[in-house]
Design a protein around this ligand. Structure first.
Ligand code: UT7
Length: 331
């Protein structure tokens, strides 16, 4: 029996208009363009300024972009997954709201949270439903309004993160294209290196947690950097090895955009040269769950049917992994 593979058949994206440039950050905290550029590769990030708009606002715009480009009837979507670390609210599902707003009236929906690996893990989830032939059209959205949990007086985090969203459609493929292999990992040892202390079930919000600034992202950057560099490179190398891929066989590395130096280290380890590495960290910073689909959207026109893509991500928890996917269409 022919294996049913799960292919990406459409891409959409949205970033808010406001650009938080390095120059602007220089007027907010003790930093400078040279430090940010050389240590991270970031020049500017997008920030959602619209009053009362949360992550769902970004996710809906990205989904609507995909729906328009593909000419998709939203009523045909079976499942909507919103990969995010910044849901609109705790308890109420962001995905349920997004699905209703885009007219996916026959879909069920849920959120998926694995920090910066949320979208990568979501690809695995979406593909599994397709491969098992349970569902035929799955909309996977990666969206984060990181500005809602960043302290803009903390120079160690505010220079890194930005807001954005990207969406992909997964459908069955009969030519063997789509997701080929995955190697996904997690390790709770990372819990204290990258986190938001308060607002969850351990430390609910109180006057004290607000006073102590515990509703903002905390990152021990140096430690996360060390884990990220070795683990992202390890999993990408492993995926290549077990699929007998040499650097010549890989057309594109699609790496999580946390720091250009982490991406360079991963590409070096794979032996893949810079021209094959998707990058947009200079324009968007780290958008957490949105980095991978934003890359696909930016590079969509350069992708060819049959191209071998290696995805790699690393995030809080720790969570990390790599996915090998064959691109399924020419645009
Ligand atoms: O996506 C989720 C996973 N996250 C990541 O993968 C992020 C991993 N970590 C990183 O990308 C990097 O560690 C950072 C970009 C966060 C920081 O870069 P770094 O090269 O590790 O810098 P550092 O923390 O070692 O700091 C070096 C120096 C320090 O000064 P001293 O102690 O050497 O005098 C910092 O105080 O740079 C100083 N510094 C800054 N200077 C100017 C820290 N932040 C800034 C800043 N502007 N914004």
């Amino acid at each position: 029996m022919v294996k049913n593979t799960a292919a990406i058949t459409a891409v959409g994206a949205y970033v808010p208009e406001f650009r938080l440039t390095n120059k602007l950050l220089e007027s907010m905290v003790d930093t400078n363009d040279e430090w940010i550029t050389s240590r991270t590769g970031i020049k500017e990030r997008r920030i959602l300024k619209k009053e009362g708009a949360g992550t769902s606002y970004l996710a809906i715009k990205a989904a609507q972009d995909l729906i328009a480009k593909k000419g998709l009837d939203p009523e045909d979507i079976d499942l909507v997954i919103v990969a995010t670390a910044t849901p609109d609210m705790l308890v109420a599902s962001t995905a349920a709201y997004v699905a209703s707003e885009i007219g996916a009236n026959n879909a069920f929906s849920y959120d998926l949270q694995a920090a910066c690996s949320s979208f990568l893990f979501g690809m695995s989830t979406a593909a599994s439903y397709i491969e098992s032939k349970r569902y035929k059209k799955i909309l996977l959205i990666g969206a984060d309004k990181m500005s809602s949990i960043i302290d803009y007086t903390d120079r160690t985090t505010c220079i890194i993160f930005g807001d954005g969203a990207g969406a992909v459609l997964f459908e069955p493929n009969e030519e063997g294209l789509g997701l080929q292999d995955e190697y996904l990992r997690s390790d709770g040892v990372g819990r204290n290196f990258l986190k938001m202390d308060a607002g969850g079930s351990i430390l609910p919000a109180s006057a004290e947690t607000i006073k102590n600034k515990q509703h903002y992202v905390f990152q021990d950057g140096k430690s996360v950097f060390k884990f990220a560099v070795s683990n992202m490179a390890d999993v990408a190398a492993k995926i290549m090895e077990r699929n007998n891929l040499t650097h010549d066989d890989v057309q594109w590395l699609v790496p999580h955009q946390a720091n250009k130096r982490i991406v360079d280290a991963t590409a070096n380890r794979m032996g893949v040269d810079e021209a094959k590495v998707m990058m947009n960290i200079d324009r968007y910073g780290n958008t957490t769950s949105a980095t991978l689909p934003l890359l696909l959207n930016d590079y969509e026109k350069q992708l060819k049917k049959g191209d071998n893509l290696v995805f790699a991500a690393f995030g809080g928890g720790f969570t990390w992994g790599s996915i090998y996917l064959k691109w399924a269409y020419n645009s």
